[in-house]
Ligand binder design. Structure first.
Ligand SMILES: C[S@@+](CC[C@H](N)C(=O)[O-])C[C@H]1O[C@@H](n2cnc3c(N)ncnc32)[C@H](O)[C@@H]1O
Length: 285
């Protein structure tokens, strides 16, 4: 899949093509001072008072944090409300799910994909991203003969998962990046990725890595948001969730996702519930 990055001048770069072409119907007058896109931006691109020779020679530029750290701060901020929102634990989250997600129930989708894993399963499972383990706790606890690695980029989310499952000897917890999995090729029988791909910044790497670590015949089981199913959901994802760092564009449409899965995997059992795709794929021998 091609994933172009577009240089956007003062704002740096982006891979969100909807954002890049949002105003393609408007003409830009380069002779006039432009209205800043974000009036609350932390600097004024036209204020050059600090661009002095002495500053250039003596002041170090601030370290640029990797893009993925938006993710750490987003999940740090939401770690205590995450479970309630996803499990519709109060009236507000019920209303949120019904208005923005057409009532898709994450708990049901989670149950449907966990059913792909037999209750007496033995073998190596990778759960990436584990998040707080809100949907997987019961299943992972019961699979005593499996070796389960729970991986997440956010220490905060991983701490919550450890608080739930830290007493289980068959489960390990790893802070890491799905784009660089600390596992050998062909080492997992199952890779589970629940609600992860819409958060992962580099989806190509995530598809490649989850495929690489799977054994031939192994199963890739996942669910996540796909674009183009519902305008209200797409608006929410584009305008709110991506800006906050809980989601990271670009997002595949259903067609694009099916093409990726078809290219990588031998067999796919694919379904969608509203804007959430969920599926099980088998890696070829
Ligand atoms: C929406 S939560 C899903 C968590 C859990 N699977 C669930 O269904 O509740 C998304 C998770 O992806 C994690 N994440 C984002 N980017 C990641 C990356 N590059 N590698 C691993 N985890 C990542 C976040 O830290 C967050 O915990």
């Amino acid at each position: 899949m091609i994933s172009p990055k577009v240089i956007t001048g003062h704002t740096g770069w982006t891979d969100d093509l909807d954002f890049v072409f949002a105003h393609k119907d408007k003409v830009c007058n380069s002779m006039k001072k432009q209205k800043p896109h974000d009036p609350n931006a932390p600097y004024d691109g036209y204020d050059e008072r600090e661009d002095t020779e002495i500053n250039a020679r003596s002041v170090r530029l601030e370290k640029i944090e990797p893009v993925t750290d938006n993710i750490k701060s987003a999940y740090h901020a939401s770690k205590d409300i995450y479970d309630d929102v996803l499990t519709q634990g109060n009236v507000l989250s019920k209303m949120y799910m019904s208005f923005f997600w057409q009532g898709t129930d994450d708990r049901e989708v989670a149950q449907r994909i966990l059913k792909y894993i037999p209750d007496d399963f033995r073998g190596q499972i990778l759960d990436v991203p584990v998040g707080t383990a809100v949907f997987t706790e019961k299943k992972w606890r019961s699979l005593k003969n499996a070796a389960i690695m729970c991986l997440d980029y956010s220490d905060d989310m991983l701490e919550k998962a450890k608080a739930r499952l830290g007493d289980c000897n068959h489960i390990t917890f790893v802070q890491g990046d799905v784009g660089q999995l600390p596992l050998a090729d062909n080492s997992c029988d199952i890779v589970l990725s629940m609600n992860g791909f819409h958060a992962f910044p580099d989806k190509n790497k995530a598809f490649r890595e989850t495929f690489r670590v799977l054994k031939p015949g192994g199963q890739f089981i996942a669910c996540f948001y796909i674009k183009g199913k519902n305008k209200r959901t797409d608006w929410l994802v584009h305008r709110i969730l991506s800006k906050k760092g809980w989601f990271t564009p670009p997002f595949p449409t259903e067609d694009q996702l099916l093409k990726i899965l078809d290219r990588l995997y031998l067999q796919t059992d694919y379904n969608a519930d509203g804007s959430i795709a969920y599926f099980r794929c088998i890696k070829g021998e």
